[in-house]
Write a protein of this length. Sequence first.
Length: 320
Amino acid sequence: MGDVAVGARSGHDGEEHRGRPAESAVPAADSAVTSGSDSGAAEDGRVTGEHTTAEDQGPGGPARTPKKPRSFWKELPILIGIALVLALLIKTFLVQAFSIPSDSMQNTLQQGDRVLVDKLTPWFGSEPERGEVVVFHDPDNWLAGEPTTDPNALQTFLSWIGLMPSAEEKDLIKRVIGVGGDTIECKGTGPLTVNGKALDERSYVYAGNTPCSVDDQGGQFKVKVPEGFIWVMGDHRQNSRDSRYNQADKNHGMVPVKDVVGRAVVVAWPITRWDTLPVPDTFDQSGLNAQPNAAGLPVAPQGIALLGVVPVVLWRRRKQ
């Protein structure tokens, strides 16, 4: 390109010597520089396009100076605020952490374990099912006489946003044995039966415990669970104050479904005890159901699939 610019200047000089006016070379030289050629600007050491004047920027006016990025310390409060809002939303609608305060669910859960509880599926109409480990609000003073803790300010704040269990909430954790319509019975040391079917509970009942407790406090029973309630028992059968020992309360030992916070799905802490909390296989045996399962969530995908298929069928019929 530099050679081209020099050639253009040389041509102009040659024309002057042939008798043309010297002034005619001036417009030609200006045109060569303003046309965008780098060679025209190379003579005075400037690079065309990097340093421009206001006149060269056209009707758009002077170029805007780019804004300086906001400093990290100015953005930090915004990021913290967003994190707190997300934590509150997650705690309210999705997942909440709970601490295990006793040994009533050994060995499935140990005292001090932290579990994550699914709070989302109940919003879609899903109800507790047999075999699930659930967290629920105290139905009728089941925790009377239990010691309470006095959290400090940091613990109160962390529990408010869902990063720590709340010391003020009166919640319990047990395994669902029966749902609305089920008949549950314990005779002698067991086995425990649901709708006449014996449960094989060896995979989760505390080693050395019998499925049923022989006592006159509630360990021997036969109950029918009303609709809208569940019957719960701890896995450490001889160390759990559960539905069996609260039959004198207003709900006769039953837990209202509306008081269920959600299903415990995973042991999140300590890391060495990380594990999921699946439903034991014994609850899947045939003939256990006293009535068809009417839970909202399992039916929902089928309903969605049906709604998706109907428009396709109608569209194909119109094309035919």
